[in-house]
Design a protein around this ligand. Structure first.
Ligand code: FE
Ligand code: ZN
Ligand code: FE
Length: 164
């Protein structure tokens, strides 16, 4: 179908994010289980709770737009999470595995930041003010999740570097 407006692209991008977030809620519990560092497990578990709220924010936006949340599969997220799955199948020293899990998770956060930055900007242009603030809230959470992972990585990468 021909896309004729920024509004239609906005809805498609939101559906892509909805698919991405749904996939992430299935991946984070596996990543928390695969992690050894309590700080890393905690980071994954608390971001899972945030992700559930992010899905609710998207639901709110779809509802106010009168659009369906489903209709797209985020192939980019599928690929990123597949890489994470492959990592988790490897036999690795716990610290090295944790470092790899952080690398995978930060790719996910950056991908989400790109997506939310875009839809936040579209919402501004379209005058969808409620959507702007909901999307801004989520964008801030993604940035905070990424910073938290960087902090955990500061310790874990050093430990991984010392691993036998
Ligand atoms: Fe998210
Ligand atoms: Zn996508
Ligand atoms: Fe996230």
């Amino acid at each position: 179908m021909k896309m004729e407006s920024l509004k239609e692209l906005f809805v498609e991008e939101l559906q892509d994010l909805y698919s991405a977030e749904t996939q992430i809620t299935k991946a984070l519990p596996k990543m928390a289980k695969a992690a050894t560092s309590p700080a890393l497990k905690d980071a994954f578990e608390s971001h899972l709770e945030e992700t559930r709220e992010q899905i609710k924010r998207l639901d709110q936006i779809f509802e106010s737009l009168g659009e369906n949340s489903k209709g797209k599969t985020c192939e980019g997220m599928k690929g990123l999470l597949k890489e994470g799955d492959e990592l988790m199948k490897e036999d690795a020293d716990p610290e090295v595995m944790d470092a790899g899990l952080i690398a995978a998770a930060q790719r996910v956060e950056h991908y989400e930041m790109a997506g939310y930055g875009t839809v936040r900007t579209y919402a501004e242009l379209l005058g969808e003010d409620d959507a702007v603030s909901l999307l801004e809230t989520t964008l801030k959470e993604e940035k905070a999740a990424d910073s938290k992972l960087s902090k955990v990585a500061n310790k874990i990468n050093v430990q991984a570097n010392k691993a036998a």
